[in-house]
Design a protein around this ligand. Structure first.
Ligand code: PMP
Length: 778
C-alpha cells in the first residue's frame, strides 16, 4: 500500500508521453516525438572532454555538499557577466539538476499551508513540488492576448496573507513567453511592498531569440535581489540534460537551508558532471550561440507552418524551445468516430492518427493548447508538422446523431444512509406523519411491488426512485382497499435532516429520509421483504450470485475481494449454464428440495461490470442508468487517471467504469435471451468463496462448519480493507442483527445446508472451469 503522497502524484506527463512514443517506436511504429524537453544536440566537445578528464584524474569521490568551490565561482561569474549580479560563494548551491535545486528550494522556503503563486501555463513540476510540501499552489491564469505574461493587477489579486512566494519562469516552458525589464519592474513594484519571495526559474535565459533583451528578476535592484532566488542549470543551454547539474543563487539563509536538505537527499551532485559544468559555464560560449541560432531558425519554420493551418493560432515565443498553439478551434470536431473535447483528446488523436507525440496543454494548466518542442532535427519537424497538419485537416464538424443519449440519472446522495432497524412504534407514527406532510399530493408517487410474494408499497416524491422501482420489480395489485404487507417511504428535500434510514418491524414500515439514490431504496426493500418472509411466510433469502445448469442452481457466496462477479460471468459463459440471480434468492422448501426464486424483474448491476464483459456496453447504453460518470471531474478511478487514457477525453460521452456508485437496471433476458435466464430452480450447491494463493481450490464443508462460517460473515485468511464491514451471512441487506432474528435466520440456513451441498472455493487458485467440472460430475 503506497502513501497518500505517492497515490496523489502522477508521473510527469512529458515523461509519460515520450515513454509512450518510445514504446511505439520499439514496436516498429514510425513515431515523431515532438514532446521532448531537451536539446537534440550533442554536449559540446570541450564539456565532454572536461568530464572525461575528471574521470581519468579519479575525480570520482564525494565533493563539498553544496558543490565544488570552482564551480560555484563559475556560476557567480556567469551571473555577473550575464546579468551584472554579484553573489558570494555561500549564496550559491549546486544540485543534481535544476529540478533538484527547485525542490530543495521549495522545501527550504515554504511551510505547510502557505501559498505559492504560479502563473499558468506553468511548468508541470511547480504545483507538484508545492503540493509535496503540503503548501497550496495558487494558480493564476495568464492570457494569450497579454503574451502569457502575468499582469501586475493579476499578481496583486492573487496575493493573500498566506502568500510565501511567486514562481516566475522567464522564459517560460511551455509558452516561450519572456518578460522585458519594464514588465518585470511592474511586478517588482508589487513584490517590494509585500513580505514574499520570487523564485525566478531562469533555466532558459540563454535561449532567447531576435535579440530579445533578457533581464533577470534579481537584477532589478538590491531590495529585489534580497527577495529573489534564481534557479537555473546547464541542462538546456549546454545540451547537458543527462549530466544533472542545476544551481540556485539567493539569500544566504535560504541557500544554507537548501544545503542542509541536500545533505540528506542527494549529497553533492555528481563529481564528474560538476567538472563538465565548470567547463560549460567558464569555457567558450561559442556552442551556445550556435545552438541558439539553430533554435531560432526552427522556431521560425514551425511558426510559419502553423500559421497556414485554418482554425489554429499560435503565439510567437521569445525564448525556450517550445511553441504553444491554441487548438480549441478543433474541439467538437471528429474523425473516424473520435470526437475531440480537450487537449488530452487532441494528444491522443495526434499520437494515434498522425503518429506524432506532443504534450496536451492541460498538463500545464491550459487545456485549449498543445505544446510542440522544436528541440529536434529540422527533418523531424518537417515530417511531424506535415502529419499534424494533415490530421487536423481530416477533422470534420461532428454529426449530431453520433452521440448516444444515455438514460442516466445523477443523484445528489451516493452512499447508503445508515439504517436504524429498531424504530419504536411511537417514533414510527411521528416519522410517517412527517413524511406524509412532506409528500403532499401533487408530487406523490405510489406503487406496489410484489417481491417474493410480499407486497411493498413505495411512497416517494422522487420521480427517479419511482421510475427505477417500477422497472425493478414485478407489479402487485394497486387498489384503494388493498393493504400492502409493508410501506417504504423515500422522501427527499426535508430541511434540517441528515440522510437516514429507519425500520419498524411491527408495522413493517421502512423510512428513508433525504436519499435520492436508488441503491439504498432497493436495499431497504429487500431487507423488509426478508424480515416479512421469515416471520410470516417461512421463507428466507440467501445472498449470492447464482446460476443454473441441468435444472439445478448453484450460488456463489462471499465478501468483496473473492472474485464473485468474475466467476459468475465466467460460469455464464460456459455451455449449459444460465443466469439465475445477480444478488440474492428467496428459498422455500418443498419436500427435501430448496426452491430458489430470483425476486427481481431487472438486475441492478454495477456499471463497471462492463470491464468483465465488454459486450454488455451496448446493452447498458439502452438501459436505465444511475450515476454513470459523464464529467472527468467525477471520475473515482485513480488507476485510470494515472494512465492518462481517459475515454471521456477520447470523445466518449460517458464512462461506465469511472465510479463504483454507477449502476444499470438491466433486463436479464438481454443477456442470453429468455432461454438463458431462469427465475426458479432448486438450489443444490453453495460455494463459499475465499481468495488466497495456497489453499486448495475446492473443499467440501460439513453443514455445521459451513453454517459457522456463513453466520460469521468472515472468510479466514482474506485480507480486507480496514473499513470493510462484516455482514452476517454475507448479507448487507439483513435489517436486524438482534440475536433472536439472527437465530431465526440461522435456523433457515441450517435447513438450506441439509438440502444443498456446501463447498469452500478458493478463487485465488481455482477457476470457473473447476466449478463446471464439479457440477457436471467429471
Ligand atoms: N525549469 C524548467 C522551466 C524546465 O523546463 C526544466 C526542464 N524541463 C527544469 C527547470 C529542470 O531541468 P533539469 O532538472 O534538467 O535541470
Amino acid at each position: 500500500m503506497t502513501s497518500d503522497t505517492a497515490n496523489k502524484i502522477g508521473t510527469s506527463p512529458t515523461l509519460k508521453i515520450s515513454a509512450k512514443a518510445k514504446a511505439m517506436k520499439a514496436e516498429g511504429v514510425d513515431v515523431i516525438d515532438l514532446s521532448v524537453g531537451e536539446p537534440d544536440f550533442a554536449t559540446p566537445d570541450n564539456v565532454k572532454a572536461a568530464g572525461i578528464k575528471a574521470i581519468e584524474q579519479n575525480f570520482t569521490k564525494y565533493t563539498e555538499n553544496e558543490g565544488i568551490p570552482a564551480l560555484k565561482k563559475a556560476v557567480a561569474e556567469r551571473l555577473k557577466e550575464d546579468s551584472g549580479l554579484t553573489y558570494a560563494p555561500q549564496e550559491i548551491i549546486v544540485s543534481s539538476g535544476g529540478k533538484s535545486s527547485l525542490f530543495h528550494l521549495i522545501m527550504a522556503l515554504v511551510n505547510e499551508g502557505e501559498e505559492v503563486i504560479i502563473p499558468a501555463p506553468y511548468w508541470v513540476t511547480y504545483p507538484e513540488a508545492v503540493n509535496l510540501v503540503k503548501a497550496k499552489p495558487v494558480i493564476v491564469p495568464t492570457k494569450e492576448e497579454n503574451g502569457f505574461l502575468l499582469q501586475p493587477d493579476e499578481l496583486k489579486a492573487a496575493i493573500s496573507p498566506a502568500t510565501k512566494a511567486l514562481i516566475l519562469n522567464n522564459p517560460s516552458n511551455p509558452t516561450g513567453a519572456a518578460y522585458t525589464r519594464r514588465q518585470l519592474e511592474a511586478l517588482a513594484e508589487i513584490i517590494r511592498a509585500e513580505e514574499m519571495f520570487v523564485i525566478s526559474d531562469e533555466i532558459y535565459s540563454k535561449l532567447v531569440y531576435d535579440d530579445f533583451p533578457y533581464a533577470s528578476f534579481a537584477s532589478l535592484g538590491e531590495d529585489v535581489k534580497k527577495k529573489t532566488i534564481i534557479a537555473s542549470g546547464v541542462s538546456k543551454t549546454y545540451s547537458m540534460t543527462g549530466w544533472r547539474i542545476g544551481y540556485a543563487a539567493g539569500p544566504v539563509d535560504i541557500i544554507s537551508g537548501m544545503g542542509k536538505i541536500q545533505s540528506h537527499t542527494t549529497s553533492n551532485p555528481c563529481s564528474v558532471s560538476q567538472k563538465a559544468a565548470l567547463e560549460a559555464l567558464a569555457g567558450s560560449q561559442h556552442d551556445v550561440d550556435r545552438m541558439r541560432a539553430e533554435f531560432q531558425r526552427r522556431r521560425n519554420y514551425v511558426l510559419q507552418r502553423l500559421q497556414t493551418v485554418p482554425g489554429l493560432s499560435c503565439f510567437k515565443p521569445q525564448g525556450a524551445f517550445y511553441v504553444f498553439p491554441n487548438i480549441s478551434g478543433f474541439f467538437g470536431k471528429e474523425c473516424g468516430g473520435m470526437r475531440l473535447r480537450n487537449s488530452y483528446g487532441m494528444a491522443y488523436y495526434l499520437l494515434k492518427e498522425a503518429k506524432v507525440a506532443i504534450v496536451p496543454g492541460d498538463a500545464f494548466g491550459a487545456d485549449d493548447y498543445i505544446r510542440l518542442s522544436y528541440a529536434t532535427s529540422m527533418a523531424n519537424l518537417e515530417k511531424g508538422l506535415d502529419r499534424i497538419i494533415q490530421a487536423l485537416r481530416e477533422l470534420k464538424p461532428a454529426r449530431k446523431a453520433k452521440t448516444v443519449l444515455l438514460s442516466n440519472t445523477v443523484t445528489r446522495a451516493r452512499k447508503s444512509a445508515p439504517v436504524e432497524s429498531g424504530l419504536a412504534l411511537r417514533m414510527r407514527d411521528a416519522l410517517t406523519a412527517e413524511m406524509d406532510s412532506h409528500l403532499g399530493y401533487a408530487g406523490l408517487f405510489e406503487w406496489n411491488a410484489s417481491i417474493n410474494g410480499v407486497v411493498i408499497q413505495l411512497r416517494t416524491n422522487v420521480p427517479h426512485l419511482n421510475d427505477f422501482w417500477m422497472d425493478n420489480w414485478y407489479p402487485a395489485q394497486l387498489e384503494p382497499d388493498f393493504k400492502p404487507h409493508g410501506i417504504l417511504y423515500a422522501v427527499d428535500g426535508i430541511p434540517g435532516r441528515e440522510p437516514r434510514g429507519f425500520y419498524n418491524a411491527e408495522t413493517h414500515t421502512g423510512i428513508l429520509v433525504n436519499t435520492d439514490a436508488y441503491g439504498p431504496v432497493r436495499s431497504l426493500a429487500l431487507g423488509m421483504v426478508m424480515d416479512i418472509s421469515e416471520s410470516m411466510l417461512g421463507t428466507h433469502a440467501l445472498r449470492g450470485m447464482s446460476v443454473e445448469a441441468n435444472g439445478e442452481a448453484l450460488s456463489l457466496v462471499g465478501p468483496p475481494g473473492t472474485k464473485k462477479t468474475e466467476l459468475f460471468f465466467a460460469l455464464l459463459q460456459s455451455p449449459g449454464f444460465r443466469l439465475h440471480s445477480s444478488e440474492l434468492a428467496f428459498i422455500r422448501y418443498s419436500g427435501s428440495a430448496a426452491q430458489a426464486d430470483n425476486p427481481e424483474r431487472k438486475l441492478f448491476l454495477p456499471a463497471n461490470t462492463v470491464e468483465l464483459r465488454p459486450s454488455l456496453a451496448p446493452l447498458f447504453d439502452a438501459s436505465k442508468c444511475e450515476n454513470v460518470v459523464v464529467r472527468k471531474e467525477d471520475c473515482q478511478d485513480a488507476a485510470c487517471q494515472r494512465t492518462d487514457d481517459c475515454r471521456l477525453d477520447r470523445g466518449s460521452a460517458y464512462c461506465y467504469k469511472a465510479s463504483k456508485d454507477a449502476h444499470v437496471l438491466f433486463d436479464p433476458n438481454w443477456l442470453a435471451g429468455p432461454t438463458g435466464f431462469v427465475r426458479r430452480a432448486p438450489l443444490r450447491r453453495v460455494f463459499l468463496l475465499r481468495n488466497d494463493p495456497v489453499s486448495p481450490a475446492v473443499v467440501k464443508l460439513d453443514p455445521e462448519e459451513a453454517l459457522r462460517l456463513m453466520a460469521g460473515g468472515e472468510i479466514p485468511g482474506l485480507s480486507r480493507g480496514l473499513t470493510a464491514k462484516v455482514h452476517p451471512f454475507f448479507n448487507p441487506h439483513l435489517l436486524s442483527s438482534s440475536s433472536e432474528r439472527l437465530e431465526l435466520h440461522r435456523g433457515f440456513v441450517r435447513r438450506l445446508l441439509q438440502a444443498a451441498e456446501c463447498y469452500m472455493f478458493n478463487s485465488g487458485v481455482g477457476s470457473a472451469g473447476d466449478i463446471v467440472k464439479l457440477v457436471q460430475g467429471k
